[in-house]
Ligand binder design. Structure first.
Ligand code: FAD
Length: 377
């Protein structure tokens, strides 16, 4: 009988792991990949949608394109996970697995920030980005706040990118001088592990008159007064609030009993959970890297190689290093790059490549190469 591998979630982590297992073991596995959506989109494509640069359809990659040896994709909603029995129930079926990989990402908890759903906007969900595409053209003057409601949150550069792209958007419409932009961020710096990237971002904010409010988060929104309340009680009036909601594991993960302090704990070296044969990769775990696609992808590589080594009685892979490359939109048609490494040294460190027009092509290749690998050309 073939080994049954069940991969929950076809995001960055699930797609990468599935691609590796199929390439290396193909039809020797019975690999089922489950996701509630019928298509994937990169996190950064939400900016394209929100600022009206691309349509929603143009950035969606349909899962039906996946044709890989050994792999079956099922568009189903997962309703129950029993990690001990490696049994998973969806709205359509029940699956028994020999190896279970949980790659269900992070969900948003809008209700954890009172007033956010009623009085603010968020650009972290696809729906939120689509809504903003219609809201932004109606905004013509006043105060914009890009506000983080709690850490951890996906893609730490994204709030800075949103503010810089917002600056471009307002400039293009000729209304930048009628508007103020502020960012509220729980960290002391925009990208704490990379002082050079942070310095470049702070410089870009200063040049564009964007106010960076460090070490604070937004704890509530008062929709009637259009005021954001920070964690120390400070009130900031706004005309347009672009929020980064608090994050949490999907309900089905919480219900599974696998979380500790909100996320699934794993062995740092190989992404194994405490349940034999069960792995958790990407945003859903608490391995200690930021919540970002590149880290989900790196974790998927190590988990996939560990699975293959165990099935084929081969050598264990090099332990997970928690490293990756993030591209950062600086606006004005330029992209910067930060290489970060969380586990190799005594402390996380990052190096910065200055923002340039040339790096725009690198970022495009980052997306297109993954699309080719995961979905076929
Ligand atoms: C605005 C923005 C910009 C970003 N930019 C970048 C960037 O430039 N670089 C970068 O590396 N990262 C970026 N990210 C972060 C990145 O998108 C995520 O960190 C990454 O997708 C995490 O991968 P994952 O595999 O853990 O989870 P996801 O990619 O979120 O995949 C989880 C999957 O699980 C599915 N799922 C969840 N619950 C269920 C259920 N009950 N049943 C069935 N399916 C379910 C979801 O539909 C989803 O497809 C950005 C994020 C945002 C919001």
């Amino acid at each position: 009988m073939k080994t049954r591998v069940l991969v929950l979630g076809a995001g960055f982590g699930g797609l990468e792991l599935t691609s590796i297992l199929s390439e290396e073991m193909g039809d020797r596995l019975d690999l089922t990949l489950i996701d509630r959506n019928d298509s994937f989109y990169f996190g950064f494509s939400k900016f394209d949608v929100m600022f009206g640069h691309k349509t929603a359809d143009a950035v969606k990659l349909a899962y039906k394109r996946i044709v890989k040896p050994g792999v079956k994709f099922c568009c189903e909603t997962i309703t129950n996970i029993d990690p001990g029995a490696k049994r998973v129930t969806t709205d359509k079926a029940t699956y028994e697995a020999d190896i279970l990989v949980i790659a269900l990402g992070a969900d948003y908890d809008l209700a954890a920030t009172p007033g956010l759903a009623e009085g603010g906007n968020e650009f972290y969900s696809f729906k939120g980005a689509e809504r903003l595409r219609d809201v932004l053209p109606t905004f013509s003057k006043g105060k914009v706040i890009v506000g983080v409601c709690g850490a951890p949150f996906k893609c730490p550069p994204a709030p800075s990118e949103a503010a810089l792209l917002m600056h471009d958007h307002l400039l293009k419409r000729g209304i930048r001088n009628d508007c103020e932009i502020s960012i509220v961020m729980p960290f002391g710096l925009p990208i704490p592990p990379s002082p050079d990237t942070s310095k470049a971002l702070l410089h870009a904010f200063e040049e564009r008159n964007i106010k960076f409010i460090a070490k604070h988060s937004v704890k509530a929104i008062d929709p009637s007064r259009k005021v954001a309340v920070l964690d120390d009680g400070t009130e900031m009036p706004f005309d347009l609030f672009l929020g980064i909601p608090k994050h949490r594991v999907p309900d089905v993960v919480e219900k599974s009993g696998m979380t500790v302090n909100g996320w699934i704990p794993v062995e740092k070296t190989n992404l194994k959970t405490k349940y034999p044969g069960v792995y958790a990769i990407g945003d859903v775990n608490s391995v200690g890297t930021p919540k970002a696609g590149v880290f989900a992808e790196g974790a998927a590589k190590v988990a996939a190689k560990t699975i293959i080594a165990e099935l084929e009685k081969g050598e264990q892979p090099t332990p997970y290093r928690g490293d990756g490359v993030c591209y950062v939109e600086f606006g004005d048609g330029r992209v910067g790059k930060v290489n970060v490494d969380f586990f190799s040294g005594p402390a996380p460190f990052g190096s910065y490549t200055e923002a340039s027009v040339e790096l725009v092509a690198d970022k495009q290749y980052f997306g297109s190469s993954r699309e080719d690998r995961w979905f076929g050309k």
